[in-house]
Design a binder for this molecule. Structure first.
Ligand SMILES: NC(=O)c1ccc[n+]([C@@H]2O[C@H](COP(=O)([O-])OP(=O)(O)OC[C@H]3O[C@@H](n4cnc5c(N)ncnc54)[C@H](OP(=O)(O)O)[C@@H]3O)[C@@H](O)[C@H]2O)c1
Length: 315
């Protein structure tokens, strides 16, 4: 049993990682900007959710002190633009890993598991992927100071994801879907398989200084995934692929929405196939999307009329 700091532990992947690590009996500290967001984690007996500004060095030092390992899952999908990447990507994906590294060094902690993304490369077409690559570089350059493992998932799915669920919602709302980058390739991986992998990394010293691609067993195009989410949720709609020009115009328009669903940088990320031929590590057999997702996409569809009632009641 160890004491582990899980930074980014309140997010979609993070909450599954925290639950999985708690099952192994670890004592977990989970910082968040807003404690309320981590309601589900508050019920876990060995988990301490703390409201903290992880971008403050003194606070980060305090969080890291006394831990045996750190898991870093912080990631953002959107940033103000910049070259090679915007300031928000730089802060979350590059400066934060560097500061975590320094805090670990000061506290004498060596073990770190870091979540990157498949397709991260210094010369990737998107700022997101370039910044993720720079974050990995920070750890590679410090390999004498830190025992890091880097995980690089393709798109991650699960009952509470913002990927298939978003497509299911769009299928419900619109009679026809116009889709950019419809031929983009993904190899979706189940969130529980990712969480299992983090737990195995913590338990297995052989994973130190290793980098693992995390992919499900099958490759799908974006169009196939959108059509699947529509069919599985009971609202199959025609999906029409957009030309590159129209796709960029659509993404540009969506950047002006209060809640960004898609950006031009997201489209550029999709130009890199999010697939890998490396097998899943630790002998884990990854779950098949089309076998597992219909169970929750279908049941959510049955309950979707409650959302309509809630919306009309202003709740
Ligand atoms: N989901 C995927 O399909 C996917 C695919 C490939 C790679 N990844 C990577 O996996 C990691 C986790 O992804 P996710 O989908 O679980 O993300 P998520 O649900 O958006 O969660 C993000 C987490 O990071 C924290 N965070 C976000 N912005 C922050 C900021 N500016 N300052 C401090 N904390 C911040 C949030 O904490 P608060 O409680 O403070 O909000 C939250 O715990 C990320 O590094 C992501 O790039 C995800």
């Amino acid at each position: 049993m160890s004491k582990i700091l899980v930074i980014g532990g309140t997010g979609f992947i993070g909450s599954h990682v925290v639950s999985r690590l708690a099952r192994d009996g670890h004592v977990l500290s989970v910082p968040t900007r807003l404690r309320q967001r981590a309601r589900d984690l508050l019920l876990l007996p060995t988990v301490d959710v703390v409201e903290a500004d992880i971008h403050d060095d003194a606070i980060l030092d305090g969080l890291v002190a006394g831990c045996d390992a750190v898991v870093n899952l912080v990631g953002v999908l959107h940033s103000r633009p910049g070259n090679p990447y915007g300031p928000d990507f730089a802060r979350a994906h590059v400066a934060l890993p560097r500061r975590i590294l320094d805090a670990c060094y000061k506290a004498g902690i060596r073990r770190l598991v870091h979540m990157s993304a498949l397709g991260a490369m210094p010369d990737a077409p998107s700022e997101y992927l370039r910044s993720k690559s720079a974050g990995e570089e920070v750890l590679v350059a410090a390999r004498t100071r830190i025992d890091a493992t880097v995980l690089r998932p393709s798109v991650v799915f699960g009952p509470d994801d913002r990927f298939l669920n978003l497509f299911a919602t769009l299928n419900r709302w619109f009679p026809v879907l116009f889709l950019g980058c419809s031929k983009a390739k993904f190899q979706p991986v189940h969130v529980d398989d990712v969480a299992e992998c983090v737990a195995r990394c913590i338990a297995d010293c052989d994973s130190i200084h290793r980098c693992y691609d995390l992919c499900g067993p099958n490759v799908y195009t974006l169009r196939e995934l959108v059509a699947f989410a529509g069919a599985a949720s009971g609202h199959p709609r025609p999906v029409i692929g957009l030309s590159d020009g129209l796709a960029y115009f659509q993404a540009w328009a969506m950047e002006w929405m209060p809640k960004k669903l898609l950006s031009r940088d997201n489209l550029r990320s999709m130009r890199v196939p999010s697939v890998s031929s490396a097998g899943f590590p630790f002998g884990i057999v990854p779950q098949v999307l089309v076998a597992t997702a219909p169970a929750w996409l279908g049941s959510k569809a049955n309950q979707s009329h409650y959302d309509d009632f809630r919306g009309r009641a202003g709740r």
